[in-house]
Every structure is written in structure tokens, then in C-alpha cells.
Write a protein of this length. Structure first.
Length: 123
């Protein structure tokens, strides 16, 4: 019998692969990939054709330290979403595919996505 950790990790990999398989069909667009931990959140825009990260931002970034101070985790996610949209516009990216990874589209993930849409990114 598998240990709890191995079982949990296999479920996470299965969910991540399911989402990535759907995203691979839209490989002509860049990918907005997010990562969420218990305390922090990060987002990056990746060009899979060239294999390069075009822009990235995280809640641990010193550039956002003042904007994130005293906010809840969901509010921080919204700030990160607005900032990644601004960085994407500077990099010349308008349309992306949202890669939520193994995370459910709920709470902080949804707040980041909504803020990125309001910032001008098209999903």
C-alpha cells in the first residue's frame, strides 16, 4: 500500500497532467502558469515554443513588498494578477492560456485570474 504522501503526490501529478494536456492543444498562445503554496503565490508567462519565461512575479518579490503589506492572501493574489498583466503588456503579450496546474479554480487562483483579466489579459 502506498504511503499518504506518495498517494497525495500522485493525485497532484494526475491533476497537473490533465490540465497541461488540455493546454497543449492551444500551443500557439503563451501560457500563464501559477503556483500556490500555503503562504505565497507566483505567476509567470511562458512561451512554450521557445521554451522561455517572458515575465514573472511572486509574492516574495521586493518590488511588491509595499503593495502586499497588510493584505490577506486573496488580496495579495489579486495584486499579483494585476502586476502580471502589466508585465505581460510590456512584454507584448495580449492573449494567454491559463494554466492553473493542480490547483482548483477557486479562491486565490480565481482572484489572480480575475485581476489579470481586468488588467487587460485575454484568456
Amino acid at each position: 500500500m502506498k504511503s499518504r504522501t506518495l498517494l497525495k503526490n500522485s493525485r497532484i501529478k494526475r491533476r497537473r497532467n490533465h490540465v497541461r494536456r488540455l493546454i497543449a492543444k492551444n500551443s500557439d498562445r503563451q501560457r500563464l502558469s501559477i503556483n500556490r503554496s500555503s503562504k505565497h503565490m507566483s505567476a509567470q508567462i511562458i512561451d512554450d515554443v521557445q521554451g522561455k519565461t517572458l515575465c514573472a512575479i511572486s509574492s516574495t518579490s521586493k518590488a511588491l513588498a509595499d503593495a502586499l503589506n497588510g493584505k490577506t492572501k486573496t488580496q495579495k493574489a489579486a495584486v499579483i494578477g494585476a502586476e502580471i498583466a502589466k508585465l505581460a503588456k510590456e512584454a507584448g503579450v495580449d492573449t494567454v492560456v491559463f494554466d492553473r496546474g493542480p490547483f482548483l479554480y477557486h479562491g486565490r487562483v480565481k482572484a489572480l485570474a480575475d485581476a489579470a483579466r481586468e488588467g487587460g489579459l485575454n484568456f
